[in-house]
Design a protein around this ligand. Sequence first.
Ligand code: GLN
Length: 386
Amino acid sequence: MRKPTAKRISGLVQSPIRAMTRACLRVNGINLGQGVCHMPAPDAVREGAIAAIREGKALYSKFEGIDELRTAIADRVRGYNRIPCDPDREVVVTVGSSGAFVSAVLALTDPGDEAVLFEPYYGYHYNTLLVAGVTPRFVTMTPPDWKLDARALAAAVNDKTRLLVVNTPANPSGKVFSRADLDAIAKLCRDRDLVAVTDEIYEYILFDGREHVSLATLPGMRERTVTISGLSKTFAITGWRIGYAIAAEEMARGIGLVSDLLNVCPPTPLQHGVAHAMRTLPDDYFTGLRHKYQAKRDRLCAALQDGGLSPFEPEGAYYVLADSSSLDAHDDQAAADKLLERTGVASVPGRAFYREAEGKRLVRFCFALEDPLLDEACVRLRALRR
Ligand code: GLN
């Protein structure tokens, strides 16, 4: 029999993020690997969905999402992100931000096109490009400051480049792109006629007073930016899969058409739950996330430092990359395995976020856990030194 699977998935393997969750479950460990977000979801989001189920809101929605949710998203995007936004033409509710990303890539590129990706990257961005037949070109940023090299960025662009993929605050590095970084990206997009796809799912999780700047607010960028986000992290509902894309009308229409084809619509009662929470939660719910997560970051970074796993302190998002050299393992996977075996704490090997060698001494930890469990993980990590 000839090979039954398509070339487009040859080489595609289960993400190490997911593989480590399975390994963690086997040993009943503490999962600081996958960014599951083990935090309580606000009552408003749960009550809103329960009410919608009780009221029988069980049918397909418009493929771009229910009106109430698109309106709530547009209000937030105008207020927090400062992006002008028409809920009827420029918002597409999707099955998670990953659903928005896949839809955007399929709607905006052809096989053979190229895209610029910052490394370390989020593996789902990378693999989505590959499956779509889009060749990624990498701009590598190095710790501890993950500085963006504007010259390397310009050198990654050629006549085939269509997209530039930005993720701020970034998974896994925690880099928050500065206004200067975004200016360089915007200039390149304008000069070379590129579209930027920016994944801003961690937009409310910012540390040390940093501000979140949406690329679409820079001069000339609104019409050439797809802004992706979602409520997975903000409301701790990663399994609900409610995300969205904001884009100018023509791109939004294309993204909506693809999202319809892939998913028909995101789960309707869950859209109602999210709409209810977005309409009713006070602003300080959103701003409060900064302090909540900063305290967790500080706790975990201190424990990693004490345990001999030097952390690269993140500026935002809820992950930290750490140097695993002290574990004396031959590579990142062996380091993550050894760590799980010795401490029962799961992490993600650096290879999930790098093409090859660079990731080999790094492991990623997630700190989106409630304090008692995070504290237990910290005790175990500290004990590594002894
Ligand atoms: N975004 C999360 C992470 O980076 C979850 C990804 C996933 O489970 N596919 O861990």
